[in-house]
Design a binder for this molecule. Structure first.
Ligand code: GDP
Ligand code: MG
Length: 435
């Protein structure tokens, strides 16, 4: 979907001036891209008609930057199509009960752990309940995740009655004063009647505050069909879209919202416990349009970053005093934020570039080793690093002189870039660019 929309919009972006024919052709491309992404034809026509009207209304044709204005209009319409505002989850109740439903492998157990961590971070007391009675391994999986995020897991490995387990878990939460219970359930590989009856019975028995349907965004049209079936039987409250770190770029988000008319509440973008974001329709629209999910990236960065440390480093950047110690500290902070590849994928234009690249957190190891082999003086004043020092650093870090040279060169370029940004910022140019 992204590629197709990009192509459509490129037609416009490439031209300083556009004609009415251009708009019509672009609208047609956008419509085709939407229907290709499983958006119902009628909906796709409606939205593109609205885009055309708005485009004419706002005089896209004679505006200074027709392409950009057009992109903005498409983005607004996509945002509207995906629900407009972000929708939170309801956590009122004593305890509030979250029922997690979906097919096997969709990411229910992983999401249960993430949701527990997310709520715990907000200062709430959470109990995880393992109600997957078919796979003993699923109980262990949840226990491992619970331990990882510091949330208690309730399980009854011998009990084959999911309703009983869930009810006992809720009773335990009430007794121990836990405010939120997350019930992880069993799924099947495909929709079948027995599973539907089971999850229906579970919902009836525990009357959850929120029933969340988890779906793998990589499964395309199947995701939409599965959502439809589950919604007919469960009348769930919200959708969790998983594996958005893969190739899927939001087609599923567009279609599911249209077909079941339930809000998407969370998106999951990786296997790590931190890789969970509240779903913002406007950000997803930007992501679909290939602008990158910059705001999510910034928010996640803020969560993981030590604020004082960031302030200190920012001040040094402004004064052009950024050195290798700061660089090392930043690397360590980035690693705390989760998988590097997930994060880089959110930077505009990066997604495509790094898709085939083999980056993981280990890629930083040689860099860290090199910096660790520098003396404090070398770290703060890299310009004193001459040939013999380079040799010593390479030996000490188990790298080569070429690797040391590369790092020094990259670091120098980074500093130059920072300097440039500083002058732009102070002259107000950067602000203009960001707008
Ligand atoms: P369940 O059967 O529905 O409970 O699914 P699991 O939570 O066990 O997840 C199935 C597989 O998908 C596991 O290997 C997870 O690590 C992986 N997974 C879950 N969510 C994501 C995600 O957002 N991105 C990626 N890349 N993998 C995920
Ligand atoms: Mg599971």
């Amino acid at each position: 979907l992204q590629d197709k929309l990009n192509k459509a919009i490129k037609t416009l972006k490439g031209q300083g001036r556009i004609t009415e024919i251009n708009v019509a052709a672009t609208i047609k491309e956008v419509r085709r891209a939407l229907t290709d992404a499983d958006v119902n034809y009628k909906v796709a026509k409606e939205i593109t008609d609205r885009i055309r009207d708005k485009a004419l209304d706002r005089k896209v044709l004679i505006s200074v930057e027709p392409g950009q204005l057009f992109v903005k209009i498409v983005q607004e319409e996509l945002t509207e199509l995906m629900g407009g505002e972000a929708q939170g989850i309801n956590i009122k109740g004593d305890p509030a009960v979250m029922l997690i439903a979906g097919l096997q492998g969709s990411g229910k157990t992983t999401f249960s752990g993430k949701l527990a961590a997310y709520l715990k971070k907000q200062g709430r007391s959470v109990l995880l309940v393992a109600a997957d009675i078919y796979r003993p391994a699923a109980i262990d999986q949840l226990k491992v995740l619970g331990e990882q995020v510091g949330v208690e897991v309730y399980a009854e490995p011998e009990n084959k009655n999911a309703v009983e387990i869930a009810q006992n878990g809720i009773a335990l939460a009430r007794k121990t004063g836990k405010k939120i219970v997350i019930v992880d359930t069993a799924g099947r590989l495909a929709v079948d009647e027995a599973m539907m009856q089971e999850i229906e019975a579970l919902k009836r028995a525990i009357a959850p505050t929120e029933t969340l349907f988890v779906v793998d965004s990589m499964t395309g049209q199947d995701a939409v069909n599965t959502a439809k079936t589950f919604n007919e039987r469960l009348n769930f409250d919200g959708v969790v879209l998983t594996k958005l770190d893969g190739d899927a770029r939001g087609g599923a988000a567009l279609s599911i919202k249209t077909v079941v008319n339930k809000p998407i509440k969370f998106i999951s973008t990786g296997e790590k416990m931190e890789a969970l974001d509240v779903f913002y329709p406007d950000r997803m629209a930007s992501r679909i349009l290939g602008m990158g999910d910059v705001i999510s990236l910034v928010e996640r960065a803020q969560q993981a970053f030590d604020e004082d440390e960031s302030k200190r480093i920012n001040a040094k950047m402004r004064k052009n005093q950024f050195d290798f110690d700061d660089f090392l500290s930043q690397l360590q902070q980035i690693k705390k934020m989760g998988n590097v590849k997930d994060l880089l994928g959110m930077i505009p234009g990066m997604g495509k570039m790094i898709k085939d690249l083999d980056i993981d957190n280990d890629s930083f190891k040689p860099i860290e080793a090199i910096i660790s082999s520098m003396t404090p003086k070398e770290r703060s004043r890299p310009d004193i690093i001459d040939g013999s020092r380079k040799k010593r650093i390479a030996n000490g870090s188990g790298t080569s002189i070429t690797q040391v040279n590369n790092l020094l060169k990259q670091f120098d370029e980074m500093r130059k870039m920072m300097k440039k940004m500083n002058t732009m910022q102070s002259s107000g140019k950067l602000n203009k660019m960001m707008r």
